[in-house]
Design a protein around this ligand. Structure first.
Ligand code: CA
Length: 410
């Protein structure tokens, strides 16, 4: 595919990508858009020029605060829209080429939260991460709990505090327990990130219906980068035995452009061998992991960025199809816009750990920064930036970034 538009070959938003998001600017309310290179295309304005009328997608689904109505049109239509945009970007005679005013610089618009998330689930599907945490907090000899290789472990998270890239986060306050003394209340001291990816449900199910691994991807619209902010000191005191609560629920950040499963299709790779063999409802066919290069940068105030982790989504032990099959095996229904996060994505070596807790061995080591500084956990005014992209045979498809600065406790 060759576009008439000049696109930086290093851009995450190549013609092979065509993600979806929500934009607004001074003159226009929120609407559905796509991003190509450093430009965005107002799909509501494009739809009013009858660009998608043959696909039977009405302009009204593009004039929306969130992508949910567009996603609910179904994969056949949303992917047809994506392909139609690609065709228009290659066709010198297209409506889009004839209306250059529909292309805007991404820096001239506001990019908003792409989906209205009503339910959010966080999995715990990286064997390296689960092993590292088990060693640090439980038993170095038996780091994984007995269920871990049999069940894609997860918990129900908080949807209301999911925010888009660029929304800054206040350090949470809460109850913590010093090693020697009674519980205290105050700003969290051990603030951390978790490098994750999230997938967004594109097709609902009824109550008591289950999704098979074979059908799971029909229900997945696309993916975003996901930062599961974590207050380790609050978490450590509250989580036994029920699981995460206020140590997690204060905020989660996602990237603004939803990259479709179709755009990620060329970057599939086999997942790790699962041993012992999983129960039949978790068995799957096909190639289900995705080769997405991920990194995390920490940028102190008025200083340069340091890349402190390089990981990859392909390391996941449990894939998305297995996660969704497990999530619904008890009959729990899913809805369009539900968010399913992967869990922290760590690799085998310490340069690929997806949280500071693992990098600093639960506070025993420091993490060096390129400006000469060091960190154990996140300090006030630090900015955390996560980036992700796929690359194969000269084709690049990426997510851009999810970024947020940590501000002092309110
Ligand atoms: Ca997590």
């Amino acid at each position: 595919m060759k576009s008439w538009l000049n696109i930086d070959p290093g851009s995450d938003f190549s013609i092979h990508n065509i993600p979806f998001g929500i934009i607004s600017d001074a003159g226009h309310n929120k609407r559905v858009a796509t991003r190509i290179g450093n430009s965005v295309i107002d799909l509501y304005a494009l739809s009013k020029l009858d660009a998608f009328s043959e696909l039977e997608v009405l302009p009204s689904v593009f004039k929306a605060d969130y992508l949910n109505a567009f996603i609910a049109e179904g994969k056949t239509k949303t992917n047809a829209v994506r392909i139609k945009i690609q065709e228009m970007l290659c066709d010198e005679q297209s409506t889009l080429k004839q209306h250059p005013e529909l292309l805007k610089d991404v820096n001239d618009v506001q990019v908003h939260l792409p989906v209205k998330v009503n339910d959010y689930t966080d999995f715990y599907s990286s064997i390296e991460h689960a092993t590292n945490l088990g060693k640090l907090f439980r038993d170095p000899e038996n780091a994984l709990l007995p269920n871990w290789r049999h069940i894609p472990v997860g918990y129900h998270g908080r949807a209301s505090s999911i925010v888009e890239s660029g929304v800054n986060i206040h350090r949470p306050k809460g109850q913590m327990k010093p090693a020697d003394g009674p519980p205290v209340f105050g700003p969290c001291k051990l603030l951390d990130f978790e490098l994750e990816m999230g997938f967004i449900i594109g097709k609902e199910t009824d109550l008591s219906e289950s999704i098979s691994t074979a059908k799971a991807e029909d229900h997945i619209f696309g993916l975003v980068l996901f930062n599961d902010w974590s207050a380790r000191d609050i978490q450590k005191w509250e989580y036994v035995p029920l699981g995460p609560f206020l140590g997690k629920s204060f905020a989660s950040s996602i990237s603004g452009w939803v990259v479709t499963l179709e755009a990620l299709d060329p970057f599939r790779v086999p997942g790790p061998k699962q041993e012992p063999e999983v129960l039949p409802y978790l068995q799957y066919e096909g190639v289900r992991n995705m080769d997405v290069n991920l990194d995390v940068s920490l940028q102190p105030q008025d200083s340069e960025e340091s890349i402190i982790s390089r990981s990859n989504f392909k390391f996941m032990y449990w894939n998305m199809a297995q996660q969704l099959a497990h999530h619904t095996v008890n009959g729990c229904n899913v809805n369009v816009g539900d968010m399913m996060a992967s869990g922290t994505i760590s690799g085998k070596d310490e340069k690929s750990y997806g949280s500071m807790l693992e990098m600093n061995y639960a506070g025993k080591k420091t993490i060096p920064l390129s400006n000469g500084g060091e960190r154990k956990f996140i300090q006030d005014y630090d900015t955390i930036i996560m980036r992700g992209h796929c690359e194969k045979g000269g084709i690049r498809v990426g997510f851009g970034e999810v970024r947020a600065q940590v501000l002092p406790a309110k």
